[in-house]
Design a protein around this ligand. Structure first.
Ligand code: IMP
Length: 200
């Protein structure tokens, strides 16, 4: 069984990654004892890659980091890369207040994953999920902005979905699945992708 290490402090993200990678036969272990350094940058891919660069300098294991954010159309993409800070400071109520007279409630979650193995950064994968911001929070599941976001093609918020259902729509699950498909294909032909530790 292939095992990827996920460098995150967010246990919800670990569960989501497990649900996304299990169908590909890949397990997920939470990487302990690291600090995810987050640079300020408008591009989530740059944030994920620079966080990964530090982590791969300390381990040979197959490891990935993920950076995500909620981009609200009426607010020109805010909070975007600042979503975590805005969630802690303004919270759901603060975002709903900013949208009180909004002309559009369209938004998208974006996710960017950076992957490396044997001490090297190797690839990035991104995905997005479009949807709308509700006027009231609904549902107890998940984390962050889950209770106010309804993805396209459904009427439930992420907060009302069980993990398996969120995995169908989630920006993170889609980006992580791209990583899995790429890895499973490329590692057949590129020995660099096999962890040296497992070969020894
Ligand atoms: P980061 O990726 O750890 O920088 O955090 C991004 C922030 O965006 C989180 O703290 C949440 O507030 C928000 N966010 C990202 N993805 C999700 C999601 O799947 N559900 C709810 N909120 C999310």
């Amino acid at each position: 069984m292939i095992e990827f290490f996920f460098a995150t402090g967010n246990d919800h993200k670990i569960e989501e990654a497990r649900a996304a990678l299990a169908p590909h036969g890949i397990g997920v272990t939470k990487m302990e004892g690291f600090t995810k350094l987050e640079i300020q940058h408008p591009d989530l891919g740059e944030i994920a890659s620079s966080a990964l660069a530090l982590i791969v300098s300390k381990t040979e294991k197959p490891v990935f980091v993920e950076d995500s954010g909620l981009f609200i159309h009426q607010l020109n993409g805010f909070p975007g890369p600042y979503s975590s800070y805005v969630f802690e400071t303004l919270g759901l109520e603060g975002i709903l207040k900013l949208l009180e007279d909004a002309k559009t409630r369209k938004a998208e979650f974006r996710s960017s994953v950076a992957f490396g193995v044997n001490g090297k950064w190797l690839a990035n994968f991104s995905s997005a999920t479009e949807g709308t911001i509700q006027s009231q929070p609904r549902g107890e599941n998940g984390f962050g902005f889950d209770p106010i976001f309804v993805p396209m093609w459904t009427s439930k918020t992420f907060g009302e979905m069980e993990l398996r259902e969120k995995t169908i729509y989630s920006h993170r699950a889609k980006a992580i699945s791209k990583l899995a498909l790429w890895y499973l294909n490329e590692s057949k032909i590129d020995p660099e992708l096999k962890p040296k530790e497992s070969i020894l």
